[in-house]
Each structure stands twice: as C-alpha cells, then as structure tokens.
Design a protein around this ligand. Structure first.
Ligand code: GLA
Length: 439
C-alpha cells in the first residue's frame, strides 16, 4: 500500500479585507498550521468514477467516517450543485467537513471523469488548524482535497483554476459567497513572502495578478502573531453575503453616476473622476458624506461602500511600508483598516475590539518596562471575514514571551471580561500546499 500526504496550510491576511470580491487587492500569507490529507491507495487497479470505492475519515472533532461508492459519485455528478439545498439533499450539512469533501469530489470528477483513477483509496483528514478562527481551515480543506484528487490521477493542475474550484465549493456547498483570496493564499503562498493579489484582472475575465513581497530586514525584530478571540466565526450564518450584495448595488449606482464601467468597488480607489468630486484624494470620511449627499446612499450603506474603496489604498500603503521598512506607515495602515472594518463595514465584534485594545495596553506597558527603543507593536487588526476569529499583529520579539504569559493568566482585561483565554499562534509567512510521498 502506498500513497501521499497533502499538507494544506491556513492563511492570515495582513491587510485588504473584503476587497477580494470587490476586484481589489489583498496581502495574505500561508501559515505553518495545516490540514493533513493522507491518501492511502488500497487497490492500485485503475478504473473510472463508477468503479471507485472511497473511504473518508477525520480525526477532527472526534472520529467520523463515511464511504462513497462510484455509483454514488456518478449519480451526484449529474446534479446541479448550485441548488440551494444540494448538500442537505445528499445528507450533509453545509460547512461540515463532509460538505467540503463532497464538494471537492463533485468539482473534481465533473472535470476529470474521463481520467483513470486507482479504484480503492482511504483518505484521512487531520488538522492542526483551529476551525472558526478566521484562518481559513475551510479553504485548506477544499483546496487540499482538490489537490489530493488531482495527485491521485497524476494530473498537474493550474493553481488558479484549482483555487477557483475551491471558491466554488464554498459558494455551492457551504453557502458562503466568498472571494478568492483564501484559496489562492492556501494554494500558492511562498515561505517568508507576503502574497499580494490584485483581483481586478480576475473580475475582467483574466487571472488575478500575484506578486510576492519580501519584508524589509527591519521587520526581522518582530514576530507576526495571530491571536484567536475564541469567538467562533461562521460566515454562512453571518451577514457576509449581505455585505457582498450591498457592494454589488453600490457598484451599479456609482458606475451609473460617474458614467464608468468598473467591475468592483475597489477599482474606484484611485479613480480621479471620483476623488475630484469628493475633494481630497483617499479621504474616507469625505467620501462617505459625498455618497450620501450626491448619490443618495443610505447612512448604513455609504460607509460600507467607502470601506471597500479606501481599504484598497491601505493595501498599497502597507505594501510600500513593508518593502521600505516604514514601521510607522505600516502601523497606521493596519490600525485604520481595523477601525474601518469595525465602524464602517461593521464586521468586527466586541471581543475582537477588546482583544485589540488589550494587546495594545499590555504591549505598551511591557515596552516601557523594557525601555524598548522601537515600537513594541505595529498596529493590530482583525483578520479574515470577521464576526469573531483572530487578530493579526507584528510584536517585537523581546515582548512575545511576556505577552504569551499575560494571556495565559486570566487576569488580563480580555480574559477577565470575556472569560475566554485567547490562543496565540506564531505565524511567519509559510508555504502553500505541499505533497509528501508515502513509501
Ligand atoms: C473571508 C472570505 C474571503 C474574504 C475575507 C474578507 O475570509 O473567504 O474571500 O472576502 O473573508 O477579506
């Protein structure tokens, strides 16, 4: 018996939140926590979909197993996965691990049903990635499973096409209309680099533009920490899909008013025609007021539209700061991003806001005690879709042990108020999906 292990990482987004589906830019990276998909080939005989015997089990959240025969797979390939009750019809709840596995089988075998496959395999899914922490365990599972199925059939896939299938699994099987950031970060990231992705070309029918960014050496004094509020987020139940609709509506009205043909709100971030009318380039407050006064947007929608536009400029500012070693500029962009997500886009929650304040307070007093000559903390913000999950921040390496100690004791302001102990992960930029061969 032989086989292989697919290591699919989680992702953290440094900045550029809710810009991916607005045809904008993001700056994520993969992390060193993974979903492990072990594929053992029990019968090497090659066959086609109807001959298959696939066994799946997971050690995540206790033992759970299921078996899929070739006939079951063949039958459901004919069904329409865009139906709203598709996974329920098959007996799986959306956003459970089975739904992602079934989603991957569906997307993969729809494309490759003519390619022969070893007929009997056992697939085990393990994880060192917490779910609901806002670090994309679901993208890791769906893209990892797609990579595993391709490997099984000896197919080399275009990574962007694979990531796009991963996104469609999320839309059709988990009912979240997410963008493509997580799947690209999980699939294509590189160790020690940030993955800058511009989605404007993608929504114009091409491939997203991907550039790998290395941080200036000054940042080597800092560690990137991802701190979990321990408030589980689940995007399919959250107003995530609503935000997307608000943006789509905003795009229509703004294009109409300015006589333009943008494919996403973030494309307006450097649009001269818009900023001339608003008055000052990039000013989010003035943009909000202008959207209400001139285009008649409601006071709840205008701030959301303004966020989707201005967040894109913050990605540019942060990328420049990372490359040039400008600590102050990076701090400002990160903090402004959080404020905008909390107050304007309204996707933060009281725990995320409190955790951020607690981190700033604790690091501030530790840096003072240590007479640190550089800032202890370079801003702090929620990462991912929001409504719970984690914060991301650069913390000076000398402070990290004291910060970890402060959060393991329930005395810190966050834990005493919420009765939750945040979990801190060291998350340096790591590599995208990797394969290990079992002999
Ligand atoms: C989730 C989605 C992404 C993206 C972020 C917000 O992680 O899966 O596509 O929209 O939220 O930036």
């Amino acid at each position: 018996m032989n086989g292989f292990i697919i290591k699919a990482p989680g992702r953290v987004n440094l900045i550029g939140e809710h810009t991916d589906y607005n045809a904008g830019k993001v700056l994520p990276f993969a992390i060193d926590q993974h979903i492990y998909i072990t594929v053992k080939i029990i019968d090497q005989t090659l066959g086609f979909v109807k001959d298959l015997k696939f066994e799946f089990e997971t050690t995540m959240k206790g033992q759970s197993k299921f078996f899929w025969s070739g006939n079951q797979i063949a039958n459901f390939l004919d069904q329409d996965a865009s139906q709203s009750d598709f996974s329920e019809d098959l007996g799986f709840k959306s956003e459970t691990w089975q739904a992602y596995v079934i989603g991957a089988l569906h997307m993969h075998f729809k494309r490759y049903y003519k390619t022969p496959t070893p007929i009997h395999v056992r697939v085990t899914v393990d994880s060192s990635l917490p779910s609901g922490a806002g670090i994309s365990s679901s993208a890791a599972l769906s893209c990892g499973m797609l990579a595993a199925l391709a490997r099984l059939q000896g197919i080399t896939r275009d990574p962007i096409e694979l990531a796009t299938d991963g996104m469609l699994i999320e839309h059709r099987f988990a009912k979240t209309n997410c963008g493509l950031m997580d799947q690209i970060a999980v699939t294509m990231s590189k160790r020690n680099q940030f993955t800058e992705i511009d989605f404007s070309p993608f929504y114009r029918g091409g491939a997203p533009k991907i550039s790998f960014i290395e941080a200036h050496p000054v940042f080597s004094q800092y560690e990137i920490l991802t701190i979990n509020t321990m408030v589980k987020h689940k995007l399919s139940d959250s107003p995530y899909n609503q935000r997307r609709e608000t943006c789509a509506h905003g795009l229509l009205k703004l294009n109409e008013f300015l006589g333009l043909n943008k494919v996403g709100l973030s494309e307006f971030s450097d649009e001269g025609l818009l900023w001339q009318q608003v008055g000052i380039f990039g000013n989010q407050q003035m943009l909000k007021e202008w959207l209400i006064k001139k285009i008649n947007f409601s006071p709840t929608d205008a701030p959301k539209i303004a966020h989707a536009i201005c967040e894109n400029n913050r990605v540019d500012r942060a990328t420049k700061a990372l490359v040039n070693g400008d600590l102050a500029a990076l701090t400002l962009a990160i903090n402004e991003s959080h404020e905008s997500l909390a107050k304007d886009y309204e996707v933060s929650c009281s725990e995320l806001d409190l955790l951020r304040r607690t981190i700033a307070l604790e690091v501030g007093s530790m840096a003072k005690r240590m007479n640190l000559e550089v800032p202890g903390l370079l801003g702090s913000r929620m990462t991912g879709g929001g409504f719970g999950g984690s914060t991301v921040q650069f913390v000076h390496h000398k402070i990290v042990p004291s910060l970890v100690a402060a959060f393991t004791s329930p005395q810190n302001p966050y834990s005493s108020k919420t009765k939750k102990i945040p979990v801190i992960l060291g998350t340096p930029p790591s590599s995208g999906i990797e394969v290990e061969i079992l002999t």
